[in-house]
Design a protein. Structure first.
Lengths: 117, 113
């Protein structure tokens, strides 16, 4: 079964603080992809990153960084020096190659991040 | 910049009304999706289309009827909805089925009275 768990329902930080959003996944697939999406109050899910299960290198993009660890089945997301505009719901998702629809996305329940000025 | 548009952005309808949600993607993708996002619930996949053929119908009530006339357009026809159908309906597209990145539209916020 494919499952994504985002244990943090809500996080509040003050601007300029660093914050890490946790994502733990379950899959029996040997090949899979992990994703992070941002959903601001406007509603649209904005794609942030896609990571192949064979690539465990951490990635940094500006203030964003991702830590992928297969040993703990985690794909955590860190925002450095957070800003008010980072306030949104963040979703982690998993896509495997089994199931009725190849590539189907399995989403976590999301983490609401609020950054206070 | 989003390549997926949805209209209308907001919709209020009575339980006896018939309405349609429209999604258009400008990315040249072959797969399109409808999702439902209710308050306090995870994203629910409703329908999947690949090359205009429906490949998944995720136990969705028949009061929701999808239509995909071509690979760029996707509709969701609504009739005799219930108040619990009030939600944000999101459309997405991807290059193909498989482990491709899905790109989402802004959604339609639906309120059923």
């Amino acid at each position: 079964a494919q499952k994504v768990t985002q244990a943090q329902t809500e996080i509040s930080v003050v601007e300029k603080e660093d914050v890490t959003l946790d994502c733990v996944y379950e899959t029996r697939d040997t090949t899979y992809y992990l994703f992070w999406y941002k959903q601001p109050p406007s509603g649209e899910l904005v794609f942030l990153i896609r990571r192949n299960s064979f690539d465990e290198q951490n990635e940094i993009s500006g203030r964003y960084s991702w830590n992928f660890q297969k040993s703990t089945s985690s794909f955590n997301f860190t925002i450095t020096a957070s800003q008010v505009v980072d306030s949104a719901v963040y979703f982690c998702a998993l896509s495997g190659n089994r199931g009725s629809t190849p590539g189907r996305l399995y989403f976590g329940r999301g983490t609401q991040l609020t950054v206070w000025p | 910049e989003t390549g997926v548009t949805q209209t209308p952005r907001h919709l209020v309808m009575g339980m006896t009304n018939k309405k349609s949600l429209k999604c258009e993607q400008h990315l040249g993708h072959n797969a399109m999706y409808w999702y439902k996002q209710s308050a306090k619930k995870p994203l629910e996949l409703m329908f999947v289309y690949s090359l205009e053929e429906r490949v998944e119908n995720n136990s969705v009530p028949s009061r929701f009827s999808p239509e995909c006339p071509n690979s760029s357009h996707l509709f969701l026809h609504l009739h005799t909805l219930q108040p619990e159908d009030s939600a944000l309906y999101l459309c997405a597209s991807s290059q193909d089925l498989g482990q491709e990145t899905q790109y989402f539209g802004p959604g339609t916020r639906l309120l059923v009275l």
